[in-house]
Ligand binder design. Structure first.
Ligand SMILES: Cc1cc2nc3c(=O)[nH]c(=O)nc-3n(C[C@H](O)[C@H](O)[C@H](O)COP(=O)(O)O)c2cc1C
Length: 198
């Protein structure tokens, strides 16, 4: 599969099962390699990931996210949310992505000329980590979607899984076997988004 085949294979897959097409060890190695391979400003490497598998993954969706949302969504309209969360819990795992904030603050102190840009750069870099992981999982036939229940769940996540308080939670990537492929999606033609100047 070419690199372009891989990135075209990546989609937001919501119909997930707990049956991964690859062993857990290979899944973890894939996430590790994708995180480490990703670029970052001044090579700061501030992106962090915590991989939750099996029961720990289900605990995230059933025991952390669900109660956090129940506290803010009116009970009468909670059913669609509950269904969505059950879909995530049905997957095999979740990668929690974080930014190691002290590393970014250290960059600001060391390179004051760029200080105002570093928060944005760090977000770009974490986006690169996320998409590299997403693509690498897609290449192995693992489906995934990217979720954002932070900051509602930050404290509970850090307390439950011993995550340093100075890591800022950025996103949650749910993954699993693909029960149903993503529906076709409309894309703007490249000609509207890419200009070539010769
Ligand atoms: C930065 C970013 C944030 C996203 N946040 C969410 C999210 O919170 N929940 C969700 O279901 N999808 C989220 N998505 C997925 C997008 O909706 C999806 O990528 C887009 O509609 C294109 O579909 P595709 O991923 O199948 O190509 C996010 C994607 C990106 C790049």
């Amino acid at each position: 599969m070419s690199y372009l085949d891989v990135i075209n294979r990546r989609r937001s897959v919501y119909a997930l099962s707990d049956q991964l097409p690859i062993p857990d060890e290979e899944l973890v190695r894939t996430v590790e390699e994708a995180v480490v391979a990703s670029p970052s400003p001044f090579n700061v490497q501030s992106g962090r990931a915590v991989v939750l598998l099996g029961g720990q993954h289900r605990a995230l969706w059933n025991e952390v996210v669900r109660p956090a949302l129940e506290a803010v969504v009116p009970a009468g309209s909670f059913a669609p949310t509950a269904e969505k969360l059950a879909g995530f819990a049905a997957g095999a795992g979740t990668v929690l992505f974080f930014e190691n904030r002290p590393a970014v603050e250290d960059l600001k102190a060391r390179f004051p000329t760029y200080a105002a840009a570093f928060d944005g750069f760090a977000e770009h870099a974490l986006g690169m980590v996320e998409v590299n992981v997403w693509n690498a999982l897609a290449e192995r036939g693992v489906g995934a979607s990217l979720q954002h229940y932070n900051p509602l769940i930050d404290d509970a996540v850090k307390a439950r899984w011993g995550v340093p308080v100075e890591w800022a939670l950025a996103s949650q990537m749910v993954f699993g076997g693909i029960s149903a492929p993503a529906a076709p999606i409309e894309k703007l033609p490249a000609s509207e988004r890419v200009r070539v100047v010769r």
